[in-house]
Ligand binder design. Structure first.
Ligand SMILES: *[C@@H]1O[C@H](CO)[C@@H](O)[C@H](O)[C@H]1NC(C)=O
Length: 518
């Protein structure tokens, strides 16, 4: 019965689309005939042309707004109907699959359910088809992990009081890697090679560019299944799938994506340092989503410049801080209000190549196949020459450059309180004016400070001219694009991520306010 209703709705939708197409065609006709007017060269037709142009300029936005209005109305009517049919939880599940939010499931959107019911995953479709060279080298990658220490979570202090058991299902049952070891073609690691024009130590680039900006906002929380990986995402998705079957290569919030940096160069090799921001969905239907977001995935790969040989590969979640994973889970169908947050410590999560990549087939001088690793017998021992780096930077330096690429505001050096002032006073024009002691400056700062973090624009003599609390700052960055114009919060300098444009805006306000003192 429900199916019938759905089909009717689908048909109706198709009809609407056809009608819309026809309208578009008519408009096209109209435009053509307008153009014909212009080709008549006398003044009369030119005036008519001018009138039509004006008419079109005025009308097109009005028609556009009209269509948008009708669409929104239809969508909210469909939403109502869907809520009636499925109830809040059912609609929540439906929406988790409906990635384009049109309240219809396309075959692509239905795929995760089909896979679950049939137990068969269709061959992954890749944008850039990878064809493994049977004569190419292969390497084996091992995954190791120690589960998150539940006792490091804030919510453990009261024994997870008020946290429903099902919320933590995915977390509690995730004890070991999903795929402990896997074999890759060396050539798959070519995604780490620098693009044209970037081959010197210190050069950085985006392997997977961030797609978050002020217009896209954040990606939704109610999703269980990662979208199909494409292009360079494919290898990273496969690698992270060794830990857990549901990695999301595009994290919901900034920082998003993957950045690499050339650390060292030799005649034949690169040492590439990388950093990936991705997250895992630990829960599955019928539990509500649980997002597990490690601080970052760091690592490096040493590979030949033609990617035929991988000398070394290591990927890991840094564990040198006392907390390194952010966790967010829903406990109801409202994405905005039914969200719990916690942080915890993950002692180990890493991938390591068992050794350099090796050929699977070896030929003797006559070109005959000598031995293949599949056959038994003595394993062949390969000897690898030592790599002599021609030019290089340190791992820390490379990591620093990657960080600046992720967070452009880190171009500004961060200094301890006393140093910041001595730097400002040597550089500032107010150096000769009244110079307060540090303690007095600290007092001026504390007067404006509130928990937990306050950002301030300060004169070299300690006067705070502008400040914003980190929580307010974050609230501003989460303003939805529609609300942006009302709030008077403008984006500066194009398509930056929300925190960058908010920060620039804050600094500009600070400079404006500072004018009063100068
Ligand atoms: C710092 O300098 C500004 C500009 O000269 C002045 O208006 C302000 O009163 C000074 N602040 C302190 C605490 O002396």
């Amino acid at each position: 019965m429900a199916e019938d209703v759905d089909k009717t709705a689908l048909l109706e939708e198709k009809k609407q689309q056809k009608k819309k197409k026809k309208n578009d065609d008519d408009e096209e006709e109209e435009k053509k005939s307008v153009n014909n007017h212009e080709s008549g060269k006398n003044g009369e037709s030119r005036r008519i042309w001018a009138f039509w142009t004006f008419f079109m300029i005025v009308c097109v936005p009005v028609i556009g707004a009209g269509i948008q209005y009708v669409r929104n109305t239809q969508l909210s009517a469909r939403h109502e109907a869907a809520l009636k049919t499925l109830g809040a939880e059912g609609l929540f599940l439906f929406s988790s699959l409906d990635t384009d939010h049109d309240l219809h499931l396309s075959p692509e959107e239905f795929k995760p359910i089909a896979e679950k019911l049939t137990g068969v995953a269709p061959p992954a479709e890749f944008e850039e088809e990878f064809i493994a060279d049977p004569n190419g080298e292969t390497l084996t990658v091992h995954a190791t992990m120690q589960p998150l220490l539940l006792e490091t979570m804030t919510k453990s202090k009261d024994g997870f009081l008020g946290v429903s058991h099902s919320a933590l299902n995915g977390l509690r049952s995730w004890k070991r890697p999903d795929v402990p070891s896997s074999t890759f073609s060396a050539n798959q690691f070519r995604i780490f090679l620098p693009p044209k024009g970037k081959g010197e130590p210190g050069d950085t680039w985006w392997i997977i560019p961030s797609e978050l900006n002020i217009f896209t906002g954040y990606l939704p929380n109610n999703r269980y299944h990662p979208p199909t990986a494409r292009g360079k995402e494919v290898l990273i998705h496969t690698l992270l799938s060794m830990f857990h079957p549901r990695p999301f290569i595009k994290s919901r919030f900034a920082p998003q994506g993957a950045v690499a940096c050339v650390r060292a160069v030799s005649d034949f090799y690169y040492d590439i340092v990388f950093r990936i921001h991705a997250e895992f969905q630990l829960n599955d239907v019928p539990d509500f989503p649980f997002w597990f977001t490690p601080g970052q995935f760091a690592g490096h790969v040493v590979l030949s410049k033609d990617a035929s040989h991988v000398r070394d590969f290591h990927l890991y979640v840094p564990n040198d801080k006392s907390l390194n994973v952010d966790m967010e889970w829903l406990y109801g169908t409202s994405e905005s209000s039914n969200m719990e947050v916690d942080i915890g410590y993950l002692p180990q999560m890493e991938l390591r190549a068992s050794g350099p990549s090796t050929p699977s087939v070896i030929y003797d001088e006559q070109g005959n196949v000598m031995d293949s690793r599949e056959e038994g017998g003595e394993p062949i021992h390969f000897v690898f020459e030592e790599i002599h780096w021609i030019s290089e930077i340190s791992r820390d330096d490379a990591a620093g450059r990657i960080e600046v690429t992720f967070y452009p505001f880190k171009k500004v050096e961060y200094l301890p309180f006393p140093e910041a002032f001595s730097r400002a006073e040597t550089e500032g024009k107010l150096a000769d004016e009244e110079n307060l002691g540090l303690s007095q400056k600290a007092r001026l700062h504390l007067e404006q400070y509130s928990f937990p973090v306050e950002m301030m624009v300060v004169l070299p003599n300690g006067t705070v001219v502008h400040h914003i609390n980190a929580n307010n700052f974050l609230d501003q960055t989460s303003i939805k694009p529609e609300a942006e114009s009302e709030s008077g919060f403008g984006f500066t300098g194009g398509f930056e991520d929300p925190s960058t444009s908010t920060y620039i805006h804050f600094l500009q306000e600070g400079l404006e306010k500072a004018k009063a003192y100068l």
